[in-house]
Each structure stands twice: as C-alpha cells, then as structure tokens.
Design a protein around this ligand. Structure first.
Ligand SMILES: [Zn+2]
Length: 344
C-alpha cells in the first residue's frame, strides 16, 4: 500500500532530519511509536495531570520545551466548532489562543464557506511534553485544526474518538494534492488563519504549501506564515507568538520575508527530506527520555501548584476562567496531589 510506504518514508526522513538538525526543536509533530510514556519521564508526569493551575496564564519556556500555568479549556462545543478526541484532555491553552480559535471558527463560517472547525490537540492542562503526537504544543500556544469541515450534527463523544482523518494527499502520487478532497474553502481557511497578527506560523504539508503558492490569487502578504512540514496533510497547526508582556516565554525567530514559494519549498519537494538515512554499522541509540529536570526550572514548581477546582471553572468563556480570579474557582482539595484530582 502506498500510504504505508509513504508513511514509513516520512518516518525515516523525519528521523534522519531530526538527527541532523534537531528538527524536534524547530517545529512540528512527530509520529509516535510508543504505546505509553516511560514511567518517571516528563511525558508521563505532565500527561497524568488532569487540571491546570490556578492564577494568571503563563507560558514557560519554548514551544517544544516548556510548560503552561493558568491554562483555560476550549469548550468542547461551540456554535462553530467541536473539539475532537476529548479523552486525550488536550484542549488547554493560553486564553489568547483559545480566543483566537473561536474567532477563526466564527470568521471562517461567516466569510469563507467553512462551516466550523474540528479542533484537535492544543496542550495538556499544564502543558509539557506529550507522549504521542507532537514535539511542540508544550506552552499553550499551538493548536491543531482538522482539514475536515465540521459536520452539521453534533458528534457524539465516541464519534470524536474514532472519526478518521482525511488526508489531502493523492494516494498514488508523491506529495500531490487530491483535488477530490481539497477545495477553495480549504485555501480560504488557511489564509484566514494566517491573517491574524498574533499567528506567527502555520504548519502544513509541503504539497499543501505548493498548492497554495500555485492557486492563491488574493493577498499574499501572509503566505510566508504557511510553513512546509512533515505530516500535516489532514490537519494544520497554528502557532501564535508569545503574548505581549509574557515573561518566561521564549520567542521563536520571525519567519523570513517573502511568500516562501521559493527554494525553501523546492527543497521540501525534492528528494533530500525524504531520503533514507545511510545504513549505519553502529547499533541505533535510543534517544534519552526528557525528564522534568530538562525543562525550565519553573516547570517543576508548576507541577506542585494548586489546581483549579474543576474543568468547568477553567473553561474559556466561564466567568473568571484564566484571569487568575481565584474567587470564582472552587477551592482545590488541599491534600490531593496534582494529577489525581478528579475531573468534573
Ligand atoms: Zn500540531
């Protein structure tokens, strides 16, 4: 099967690329092979926490190495969005990001012929590394949006777990868009997302970037924000900049000027990113697990900080959520360690 072959090629390409220039710190998502996190690792510890901390939002560290205080949750449902894969408990982020997702969903429904967003992973309740799916998404400033329009009906929780992804790529051609699934509304949605000043990068498959370069006839001043990346053929990834005045949030270098429809894209469409690594005579080295002590120091303290009283109390749009208004938050049970507080 070609998709499987392509996927393994992508994996190989990803690994060799990651090894050469440390891609995991640059951007993007990784294919996960693990079935669960290693006990004691930062992924295990942050993944077990069910509620965010009280107090104002703070992004600590970098997109691919950090954690998040004072997160708020995207409501599972809104008039123009539905959150997916609810069991993963990854619909947490900075209020600035959650507000932007809601705004994009409204604007796209009103002006772009896109009925609503299916929202994938944002961050864990306290950010941090995730055991599967992503290198970034650690500080509440990254969100994945499906390239499938929201259906008219409200999906059941079970549907949200199992609804399959739809790739935009043709199955039997290398890095080619399938014009039976790709529509002008997809293009409008991406450019809408890129139009907001707080959005710094949008990761898409190189074939999607190529399609946008070739077909977009409107304003191209934000085209450079669309960044080719491995995967990202059934969802796109929105990254916003560190919000103004956020101390401790490490910014990423701005994207280069221009629309990016140039040699950087040509590189992605060439053989190099997809080349097999040279066979090595040495046994493969298992990468060391990221530990909490590898993250910014404040992330350790953050794990011990008191939790909000419930998911509801920290859901965006709920009075006081994310504003550090402890008065509106039920007191956290003092003896319960974070990570074992039951979700409401
Ligand atoms: Zn992502």
């Amino acid at each position: 099967m070609v998709p499987l072959l392509l996927r393994s090629l992508q994996t190989i390409g990803r690994l060799s690329f990651a090894a050469t220039i440390g891609m995991s710190l640059v951007a993007g998502d990784v294919l996960a092979q693990q079935t669960g996190p290693s006990p004691g690792s930062a992924k295990a510890i942050f993944g077990a926490v069910t509620l965010p901390t009280q107090g104002p939002p703070q992004s600590i560290g970098f997109y691919a190495k950090g954690c998040l205080a004072g997160a708020v949750a995207l409501p599972a449902d809104g008039p123009t969005w539905q959150a997916m894969r609810l069991s993963r408990n990854r619909r947490w982020g900075r209020p600035e990001l959650i507000g932007l997702i809601e705004r994009l969903s409204r604007d796209a429904a009103k002006s772009d012929g896109w009925p609503g967003l299916l929202v994938g992973d944002i961050s864990q309740p306290r950010g941090g590394p995730m055991f599967n799916g992503h290198a970034s998404h650690q500080i509440g400033l990254d969100a994945d949006i499906w390239l499938t329009p929201m259906p008219a009906n409200k999906l059941t929780a079970a549907d949200r777990e199992t609804l399959p992804f739809t790739t935009m790529l043709a199955k039997d051609k290398f890095l080619t868009i399938n014009d039976r699934v790709w529509t002008p509304a997809h293009a409008r949605l991406l450019m809408r997302a890129a139009s907001y000043p707080e959005v710094e990068r949008i990761f898409v498959n190189p074939a999607i970037k190529k399609k946008m370069c070739e077909t977009w006839t409107g304003d191209r001043s934000n085209m450079g924000k669309l960044r080719p990346e491995y995967g990202h053929d059934s969802h796109f990834h929105i990254r916003i900049r560190c919000p103004a005045g956020s101390v401790g949030c490490t910014p990423q270098a701005p994207v280069a000027a221009g629309d990016g429809c140039d040699k950087t894209l040509a590189w992605w469409l060439g053989p190099e990113p997809w080349a097999k690594p040279k066979p090595s005579t040495k046994p493969p080295v298992k990468p060391r697990e990221v530990m909490v002590s590898d993250l910014p120091k404040a992330c350790d303290a953050l794990l011990a900080a008191p939790a909000v009283g419930s998911v509801r109390a920290a859901t965006y749009g709920t009075k006081g959520a994310g504003a550090g208004a402890e008065t509106d938050v039920m007191p956290a049970s003092g003896n319960t360690p974070p990570g074992q507080i039951p979700q409401q």
